[in-house]
Design a binder for this molecule. Structure first.
Ligand code: GUN
Length: 292
């Protein structure tokens, strides 16, 4: 069994990006500039955005954090998006999700200029991804694909089972895994809450991508010997032994599954760091104007 070290790969990629940025600056170009909009004080969102701002520094990007209290109106948020769309100094921006219930996430996502949508959530980017055109790929799926590439994990003709059908992970990662080329060319099955015989389907898989947000869901009996396991779960579970009062739990029963597989991602330190670095990659591309 080999552990897939997402933290190391992410650090390598950040160094590669920083070198690109210094080249751009030496040529008289401006540093890529990412803005992040954060609404409210959700613990998970605060942590993710803080990591994104730190990653910008490591890559040599400029970053701007725009904060609102959770009673901000949808109208005010749409106004801010309009300003960011028009601001030529901002290359790309994100609105951290989830948003308070009185704000339509879909309306917010569709208000973002797709050419600055470095999260890859706008329907134009999602549509372009699904037909294999250049676009901003959503960060978690792109990070998973990059891990498979950097570990030379075979995907052609592989049975790939995706657990979960969310718009930001399950659906896009299934699309990328079935696309022509490497990593891709897999035979993909997407399982969800209405799937019958889920355990049997998983037991046939060469690659399992678990993205359902259910701690320890994938157990040893669901895993074929030698399978590749990608764990996207990051559920906060209470843990009194930690200063924070919680620990992150993946969707895989790591202790019992790990000895059985060929490759596995840990939580934390697997997919998580790759998600942030994929956003950095998109911001670099936005700053270079090579996609749009
Ligand atoms: N919330 C959870 N993941 C993400 C992400 O990748 N981008 C944004 N904007 N919000 C998120």
């Amino acid at each position: 069994m080999e552990l897939i070290d997402g933290k190391k790969i992410a650090d390598d990629i950040k160094k590669e990006i920083a070198i690109e940025v210094e080249k751009m600056v030496a040529e008289g170009k401006k540093r890529p500039h990412l803005a992040a909009v954060l609404v409210g004080h959700d613990g998970g969102s605060e942590t993710y955005v803080a990591h994104k701002v730190k990653a910008c520094e490591q890559c040599g990007f400029t970053s701007t954090l725009i904060r609102f209290e959770d009673d901000v109106t949808e109208e005010k948020l749409l106004e801010t998006i309009d300003e960011l769309n028009k601001n030529t100094d901002i290359d790309g921006f994100i609105v951290q999700l989830p948003l308070p219930k009185h704000i339509s996430e879909q309306k917010i996502i569709e208000a973002i200029d797709y050419r600055k949508d470095v999260d890859g959530f706008h329907p134009i980017n999602v549509g372009r991804m699904s037909i294999g055109l250049p676009c901003f790929l959503s960060a978690t799926p792109a990070g998973i694909i990059e891990l498979l590439r950097r570990y030379n994990i075979p995907t052609k003709g592989a049975n790939c089972v995706v657990l979960g059908r969310s718009n930001i992970v399950g659906k896009p990662v299934a699309t990328l895994m079935m696309q022509k080329g490497y990593p891709g060319d897999a035979t993909v099955t997407v399982c969800h809450s209405a799937t019958k015989n889920l355990k049997e389907i998983c037991a046939q898989a060469d690659i399992i991508i678990a993205a359902l947000g259910s701690p320890g869901f994938v157990t040893e009996d669901m895993v074929k010997p030698g399978a590749v396991i990608i764990d996207v779960g990051t559920t906060r579970v209470p843990d009194v032994t930690r200063k924070s009062g919680f620990r992150l739990s993946g969707d895989v029963d790591f202790e019992n599954v790990a000895p059985k597989c060929s490759y596995i991602t840990p939580v934390p330190g697997g997919v998580g760091p790759m998600t942030i670095v994929s956003l950095m990659k998109n911001t670099l591309l936005a700053g270079q104007h090579v996609i749009y």
